[in-house]
Design a protein around this ligand. Structure first.
Ligand SMILES: C[S@@+](CC[C@H](N)C(=O)[O-])C[C@H]1O[C@@H](n2cnc3c(N)ncnc32)[C@H](O)[C@@H]1O
Length: 235
């Protein structure tokens, strides 16, 4: 906790600096999100960021984390992350990966694994990747070796021949949900190493939904089965 004497100096210094992560997904559209500068007296707690207190917090974070530093938010999330991991094959810069990362953040996945190319299109992540643990694997063998060492089964998600319906399958609590990319879907190697492949039922004419949508459905299926759901408004 900072001493009371340092608060004025802290505030003056913070006001000189621009906020680190001010505006995100609504830049230029509609009303500003978030909250303005924090009225004095400031809260005395190391989790609060003096720059955000001084300038306001326009980040895409839930209200209980308003004015918190990114490090404090990540540390808090780390105390209650869920037991599922998410992995995405990235052989061709799939634009869906950002969306997968954002959903993994929303559903509090333990970690997101990028398999293949290290670089991925972050635009769809809307800065949520800063609050998510990300791990890169140069190839599928590296992912499967890591998962084996962690004793985590890999559950492939794809509508391949032999896949079982996600809707009637109980996903294990500890697992890696592995997604393929637009076009080819899961690689042959990924299919071989998956202990199970689950498909999402479709009813229209398209062969598949996009990987971002499929990832959201599969993660939510895990949530429905394993997460503790509190009633809205519950204390
Ligand atoms: C656009 S799909 C392509 C592959 C698909 N197998 C095909 O026949 O066209 C890309 C990725 O999205 C996910 N996906 C899309 N539709 C799915 C479905 N109905 N069931 C399960 N996964 C799906 C999978 O992870 C897949 O690898």
């Amino acid at each position: 906790m900072p001493g009371a004497a340092s608060v004025g100096a802290q505030r003056a210094a913070a006001e000189q600096r621009a906020p680190a992560e001010s505006v995100q997904y609504d830049e230029g559209y509609g009303p500003e999100i978030g909250v303005g500068p924090y009225p004095e007296p400031w809260p005395q707690d190391d989790r609060y960021d003096p720059e955000l207190l001084a300038h306001g917090d326009r980040r895409n974070v839930v209200d209980p984390y308003r004015y918190w530093t990114r490090e404090a938010i990540v540390a808090d999330l780390d105390t209650r992350r869920h037991d599922f991991h998410v992995a995405v094959e990235n052989w061709g810069h799939d634009f869906n990966i950002g969306s997968v990362v954002r959903t993994a953040n929303a559903f509090l996945a333990k970690e997101v694994h990028i398999v293949g190319r290290r670089r991925w299109n972050r635009r769809g992540a809307m800065v949520t990747d800063r609050y998510q643990h990300l791990r890169h694997h140069p190839d599928t063998a590296d992912l499967t070796a890591w998962a084996a060492a962690e004793e985590l089964p890999i559950i492939g998600i794809d509508n391949l021949p032999g896949a079982v319906p996600l809707e009637t399958t109980a996903l294990p609590r500890r697992c890696v949900l592995l997604f393929g990319q637009e076009g080819p879907g899961l690689t042959e190697e990924a299919r071989r190493h998956a202990s199970l492949v689950c498909s999402i039922a479709q009813f229209g004419s398209t062969r598949s939904i996009n990987a971002g949508a499929a990832a959201a459905i599969a993660m939510h299926s895990w949530i429905v089965r394993h997460a503790r759901i509190e009633a809205p408004g519950a204390p």
